[in-house]
Design a protein around this ligand. Structure first.
Ligand code: AMP
Ligand code: MG
Length: 410
């Protein structure tokens, strides 16, 4: 039986970085930029006011104070989005709003708070400046953020809300990114019923399709839900044909030793099996191969096993296809509060609550660890990792915990 590392290495060797596509910027959140972005303009394009106040010549404020205001004649008002046709000449000022381009002749802005404007009722034709200000005060320089022609975002950058904002500030509506993988998701099992149907005796609702599709979305892929296949070759082959245009196929169920576990038989017959079974718990029956040229992860049917094998193997595969380099899920060191016995030499991933106290992390098991207890995943903050060569872990020992809600290792 191969180790978690060997399994992951094999899987990654079968997936490739996908080609680029041009997409509207808002659709690119979490994708990897596949072009260098140079700025076609200065941001901001013009010197402009950082405050609401008066555009003045700083020399006109020399010696100004509350006791001896400097009086200036107000010749215009300029709002953001407009350019004043007037010039600030000695002894004059132009009322200016935040973001409005600085009028000719002015070299600084006096904030309203530093004038006597509040005391003047109605239309202000004259204003008293109550403080001496320096040249350049409260002005945002043209190009202080981005210089025209400069490299703003490099190829390989992961697009976050801030990158989307910067692209918009350059007037870019679309951008080239590495394409998102389409991941076909197929549940298998005669016992499964879809969630919009009544539940007959002996049946259970298909939950794996939904947890897997949600995990695909969370890590940036596009799930293609293929529904439920029965535990028969005919039913599965028919469904598998719907996966042909996908970048990866994930099935759940049908990879164990039972009479109806036909997924791996089909994989062997219609494609190739790269490996079956990994030294881990839960998740041991994981199968991986290629079917009609598409990488196929055959997850065990137990809902917890399915989610954990996704985190360990499907997540890095999706990230790699999206052009990401940092594939590791963040892991911390924590003090374990429970003892765990590891009887058969597999790597255990135990669902755990995690808390931080006095600068240290503590992990406590969520309760029963059966791989059918899906609610354990809802309470878990992390997965305690018990190495395969450690027969037991005693409360108080240090363990590694893979954090389920931390998205990226720094
Ligand atoms: P299998 O790997 O097919 O033997 O399934 C193992 C266990 O997981 C069985 O108890 C199944 O009923 C359950 N199971 C399989 N597929 C699903 C699914 N899509 N949703 C919920 N439970 C499932
Ligand atoms: Mg089954």
């Amino acid at each position: 039986m191969i180790s978690v590392e060997e399994a992951l290495e094999k899987i990654l060797s079968y997936v490739r970085v996908l080609p680029e596509e041009e997409r509207p910027i808002l659709d690119c959140l979490g994708q990897v930029l596949s072009e260098d972005i140079y700025s076609p303009l200065n941001v901001p394009p013009l010197d402009n006011s950082a405050m609401d106040g008066y555009a003045v010549r700083s020399t006109d404020t020399r010696g100004a104070s509350r006791q001896s205001p400097r009086l200036l004649r107000v010749i215009d008002t300029v709002a953001a989005g407009s350019i004043s046709r007037h010039e600030v000449t000695p002894g004059t000022a132009i009322r200016i709003m935040t973001g409005a381009p600085l009028p000719k002749g002015a070299d600084s802005v006096v904030r309203f708070e530093d004038t006597d404007e509040a005391q003047r009722k109605g239309r202000v034709t004259e204003v008293g400046v109550l403080r001496q200000i320096k040249a350049g005060a409260d002005i945002r320089q043209a190009a202080e953020d981005i210089v025209k022609g400069s490299l703003v975002l490099k190829q390989g950058t992961i697009i976050r809300p801030s990158e989307i904002g910067v692209l918009a500030s350059l007037g870019r509506s679309t951008v080239k990114v590495t394409r998102r993988p389409v991941v076909a998701v197929l549940a298998t099992g005669n016992e499964l019923v879809d969630i919009n149907q009544p539940l007959p005796p002996g049946k259970i609702y298909n939950s794996n399709t939904y947890s897997i599709a949600a995990q695909v979305k969370r890590y940036g892929g596009t799930p293609k839900v293929l529904g439920i296949a029965l535990d028969s070759e005919d039913s599965m082959v028919a469904k598998l044909n719907m996966a042909l245009n996908s970048d990866m196929l994930i099935t759940s169920g049908g990879v164990s030793m039972g009479d109806y576990d036909v997924v791996k038989d089909i994989l062997a017959k219609e494609g190739e099996i790269v490996f079956w079974q990994v030294r881990m718990k839960p998740g041991k029956p994981l199968a991986f191969g290629r079917i009609k040229g598409i990488p196929h992860l055959g997850f065990p049917g137990n809902p917890v096993s399915s989610m954990i094998t996704f985190e360990l193997f499907a997540r890095p595969a999706i990230l790699k296809m999206m052009g990401k380099k940092n594939l590791a899920k963040p892991t911390i060191d924590a003090v374990i509060k429970d003892s765990v016995v590891n009887s058969d030499g597999r790597r255990i991933f135990a669902r755990a609550l995690v808390e931080k106290r006095d600068g240290r992390y503590f992990a406590a098991l969520t309760g029963p660890q059966g791989s059918g207890i899906l609610t354990s995943m809802t309470s878990a903050k992390g997965l305690v990792i018990i190495p395969e060569d450690k027969p037991n872990v005693t409360a108080g020992e240090m363990v590694k915990v893979m954090m389920l809600d931390w998205d990226e290792e720094i």
